[in-house]
Ligand binder design. Structure first.
Ligand code: EPS
Length: 372
């Protein structure tokens, strides 16, 4: 139903995205999109590039008089650092980055590979995801994220609502709900910086207000958990995705692993626990969708690891270019955008129509139906 594509190099003149499949009649709040881009640029542990750029998109198409028309939405961002043609090539691929496999596969310079594989591309994913958030919001669906681990510093287990997450992370430099844990996380990032190292971590994305029945149980490609995991895994640095209790469920008995079902006139069907992370059988079950995403440390190290000079084939230290020490807080903002995209896609699949008015009618009818 929805499809987005991004284009542009990290140090090229522009980055752009086209998002196809949004209905007509959606109020398009460009300020919100740009505020989301600013959130992505923040977070303690970012590198020098964010001091140069003020990411801000312009609309290329798909919006007239502040509302979507149903045509593909085009958004474009101008890079301040757009020196790509003048930048030197690299010879020593960075372990953990796309450099080696990309240079071999595309028969290209490492420069050409890193320009496209750089996480700067995620600015466009956040822009497309922000448009999806605007769409979901119209149906009361809200998404928030928080960082639960940076290296060894982790948040004690606690379940929070989207509202609580937003309120508690508002002023946190690491997008963490607990000031004490945030201080420990900052110390870990500081240590990485002092040691010319990098550090990874884990964040949680939570979506509230979803009806039961998005996704499907009948075909592998339509299962919502698979679609979420695939989209999140496609983000730079991501190495694991868990839905709900995820990995922990493997150590429990069934009696303690599943969420019992209840019914009340006011709420309809509901669960008192949410170990499944809001997804059963590849479909939303009416509870919050909860995903946890693990990011490896950034691959560009100021104290580089061993590599091979691709010209001489000699063992040398990997190349180093300006980078982040920790991108997990920024990663959590990108994760929200990707979850928004997958949920908006599944929502349109279920209630699809060409205009907001048509979708609203379909949605309201279904809500009445599932209340029984
Ligand atoms: C990024 C901008 C990049 C990197 C970072 C993500 O800018 P530059 O290369 O000019 O410093 O800082 O990319 C990586 C860490 C990576 O490994 O690709 C951004 O805007 O998010």
């Amino acid at each position: 139903m929805l499809n987005y594509i991004t284009t542009g190099e990290s140090h090229g003149k522009y980055l752009a995205t086209i998002l196809e499949g949004l209905p007509s009649g959606l109020a398009f709040d460009l300020d919100f999109v740009n505020a989301e881009l600013r959130r992505r640029q923040g977070g303690f542990g970012r590198g020098g590039r964010q001091k140069i750029e003020t990411d801000c998109v312009e609309i290329m198409g798909g919006v007239i008089r502040g509302k979507t028309t149903g045509a593909p939405l085009g958004l474009i961002l101008k890079n301040r650092d757009n020196t790509v043609d003048a930048l030197p090539d690299l010879e020593r691929p960075r372990p953990g980055h796309a450099d080696l496999a990309g240079a071999l596969k595309y028969h290209q310079s490492i420069r050409a590979i890193l320009e496209r594989s750089s996480a700067r591309e995620t600015s466009m994913r956040v822009a497309a995801g922000a448009a999806c958030k605007l769409f979901l919001r119209e149906f009361g669906i809200e998404i928030a994220s928080h960082v639960v681990r940076i290296g060894p510093a982790s948040l004690p287990e606690r379940s929070l609502t989207v509202k609580e997450i937003r309120a508690l992370t508002k002023d946190s430099p690491v997008n963490c709900v607990c000031p004490k844990t945030a201080r420990a996380m900052i110390r870990v990032i500081e240590k990485a910086r002092k040691q010319s190292d990098t550090v990874g971590g884990k964040y949680e994305v939570r979506a509230a207000g979803l009806p039961a029945g998005l996704g499907s149980c009948v075909h592998h490609a339509r299962k919502l958990d698979g679609r979420l995991a695939g989209m999140l895994m496609s983000k730079q640095s991501v190495k694991a995705v868990e839905i709900g209790e995820g990995d922990r469920l493997g150590s429990l008995y069934g009696s303690g692993a599943h969420d019992e079902i209840f019914y009340s006139k006011s709420r309809g069907y509901y669960h008192r626990t949410n170990r499944a992370g809001g997804i059963e059988g590849g479909m939303t079950n009416g509870e919050d969708v909860v995903v946890r995403v693990t990011m490896k440390p950034i691959a560009t190290l100021a104290r580089p690891l061993a590599s091979v000079n691709m010209r001489t084939k000699r063992t040398e230290k990997a190349d180093f270019e300006r980078s982040d020490f920790c991108a997990v807080p920024a990663g959590s903002v990108i994760g929200e955008a990707l979850v928004a995209y997958v949920l908006a896609d599944a929502f349109l699949e279920k209630f699809g129509g060409d205009s907001m008015r048509e979708i609203r009618r379909n949605y309201d009818g279904y809500r009445r139906q599932i209340r029984g």
